[in-house]
Design a protein around this ligand. Sequence first.
Ligand SMILES: Nc1ncnc2c1ncn2[C@@H]1O[C@H](COP(=O)(O)OP(=O)(O)OP(=O)(O)O)[C@@H](O)[C@H]1O
Ligand SMILES: [Mg+2]
Length: 294
Amino acid sequence: MTAPAAAASQAPTRPILSLRGISKNFGAVAALTEVDLDVAAGEVVAIVGDNGAGKSTLVKVLSGVHRADTGTVTFADREVTVASPADAHALGIATVFQDLALCENLNVIQNLFLGREVRRGRLDEVTMEIRSWELLRQLSAKIPTVRVPVASLSGGQRQTVAIARSLLGDPKVIILDEPTAALGVAQTAEVLNLIERLRDRGLGVIMISHNMEDVRAVADRVAVLRLGRNNGVFDAEAPTEEIVAAMIGASDNAVSRRASQRRREPREPREQSQPGEQSQPGEPRTPRQRKEEE
Ligand SMILES: Nc1ncnc2c1ncn2[C@@H]1O[C@H](COP(=O)(O)OP(=O)(O)OP(=O)(O)O)[C@@H](O)[C@H]1O
Ligand SMILES: [Mg+2]
């Protein structure tokens, strides 16, 4: 891990967004400790890590939901304070949270312009509809009509609407929390294409994901968090096993052993314990128990 981490730890061009030494405690829980992160314009950086690694906390610090205890945020060469979601919005940092926060009963246009409706005396529905189509066309979004309630859209289409909404503020950086977590294969591909278009538009994209396939498909660099700390930054070409090892904190672990064992002997029954793996005699363990023991 150390070699690729050292080689890839800097963004390829000057970063639009840099975090240095970000720490955040919740009482006795150190959710983030001295975390650094760089994102350049036109770059997709994936943040990966096990449950509780601090990914969502980092997103919330960047989007002004939580305030970091220590550390600095530099945006467009200026040290900034992101004390509220309004601060993040004003700077040009947009976040699409995992729950998307769309209103099911409202249509696409109403969702896009919720809280920032265009008015000329009364609601200017024509302008909003034209701008909705323009935005969706720029994203090559596959949405048949903007007048249907969001409730009737697919998961991928909803994700697209949520991303389109965040683009209305003309952000420089967009943060996507688990954008493909709830999606099927075709919809995932659609959203990954959309992420590439965001990059092509010159945005810095931060993508939180559990799915290594999706990460490898679009990310330029992969930043690993483990127990609230940086644990390596990898090029997208780095072997998945290396990234997973950084996520769970060991290069020799049950996951990598099983993966290499399966490559060698694809038909080997999985119940056989691997050398070095501790097992309680006579007691089969659930995957959860195995995880806890590791
Ligand atoms: N509001 C909070 N109050 C107290 N502890 C919190 C709070 N938010 C997060 N934590 C703790 O901080 C640590 C990091 O949590 P966080 O949600 O950032 O992890 P994560 O990487 O997003 O995990 P997951 O993959 O499960 O979403 C965890 O130990 C969590 O319990
Ligand atoms: Mg989370």
